[in-house]
Design a protein around this ligand. Structure first.
Ligand code: NAP
Length: 284
């Protein structure tokens, strides 16, 4: 059976074992003496689809064991998990959890440790993205955008800090070029990414010298899914955006995965946000 840890439900699956778990208290141990891979381990949040899955695949190709985190995309996660474990048995695990202000991040980290045994790299990729026109911003909009882009990455980084320090590991946040220049129609998302960018710099100070913290700021890589777009991102405005990208085209998920890997392995780089936008921000 593929390694699958379900959180915060009451069962964990890993290496074919079915382990009862009580999230109000302790959880049962995975099989005693389970052989641990010596590979470094990366946790990628929101890794079922799109950029997150490309990052997880790329890191796995580079020799990382991966913990795939997802919220709702269970089928895609299972498919990715199976593919990665076919390539290298026991090299991928999965954890389900919503990321919010109220998530039990210590329990989430415990699940990572139970599944993978160590953590060397945290990629804070999961993010909500939808328009919030002024006049229609609700408390729920604010909460969703700040939960996924600010509270989740911050509190998960805090929970992972000691384990990452043990391995001289690092954190990479997926930021956005709109952390600096707001995306019209998306003020709350833009504000949340601005906080995410400051998190990179603040945590780089706070967690130094043993944990490096960096960010990747993608430009236009994958168009938002229809339900997340507003009129700003119709066909015509997509053409307009493309015309303002110096390299004249969108980027690929691989471009972002390469940047994440570079920062994860760049031993003398911390507090840096690497813009990967084909020159889009030259024309904003
Ligand atoms: N796509 C681009 O061109 C682009 C441009 C600039 C910046 N970025 C940034 O790059 C990252 C990846 O982009 P993307 O377009 O691939 O992202 P996405 O598809 O919009 O979202 C990635 C995943 O985030 C998870 N997620 C959302 N809210 C969550 C929550 N509250 N708790 C837990 N998981 C949650 C979802 O997981 P489930 O499906 O499992 O629910 C979703 O699949 C994001 O941080 C994004 O802001 C992307």
């Amino acid at each position: 059976m593929a390694n699958l840890v379900l959180y915060p439900f009451t069962q964990c699956y890993t290496q074919g074992f079915d382990i009862s778990r009580n999230f109000m208290g302790s959880h049962h141990q995975i099989s005693e003496g389970k052989a641990r891979s010596p590979a470094p381990v990366a946790l990628v949040t929101g890794s079922a689809r799109r950029l997150g899955s490309a990052i997880a695949r790329y890191l796995h190709d580079k020799g990382y064991d991966v913990v795939l985190h997802y919220r709702q995309s269970k089928a895609q996660t299972q498919a990715l998990l199976a593919a990665l474990n076919t390539q290298r048995p026991g090299s991928a695990h999965a954890i389900q959890a919503p990321l919010s202000l109220h998530t039990d991040y210590q329990a989430l980290m415990d699940s990572v440790m139970t599944a993978a045994g160590r953590l060397d790299l945290l990629v804070n990729n999961a993010s909500a993205f939808f328009p919030t026109p002024v006049g229609q911003i609700s408390v729920d909009d604010f909460q969703q955008l700040f939960d996924s882009n600010v509270a989740g990455p911050l509190l998960l980084s805090q929970a992972a800090g000691d384990e990452l320090a043990r391995h001289r590991g690092s954190i990479v946040n997926l930021v956005d070029i709109h952390a600096d220049k707001p995306l019209k129609g998306y003020p709350v998302y833009s504000m949340a990414k601005a906080a995410n960018a400051m998190m990179v710099k603040s945590l780089a100070k706070e967690l130094a010298p043993h944990v490096r913290v960096n960010g990747v700021a993608p430009g236009c890589i994958l168009w938002p899914e229809e339900s997340n777009a507003n009129t700003e991102l119709t066909d015509q405005s997509q053409q307009d955006i493309l015309s303002r990208i110096a390299l004249g085209r969108t980027g690929s998920p691989q471009d972002i995965a390469e940047a994440v890997y570079f920062l994860a392995t760049a031993e003398y780089v911390t507090g840096h946000i690497l813009v990967v936008d084909g020159g889009r921000s030259l024309n904003m």
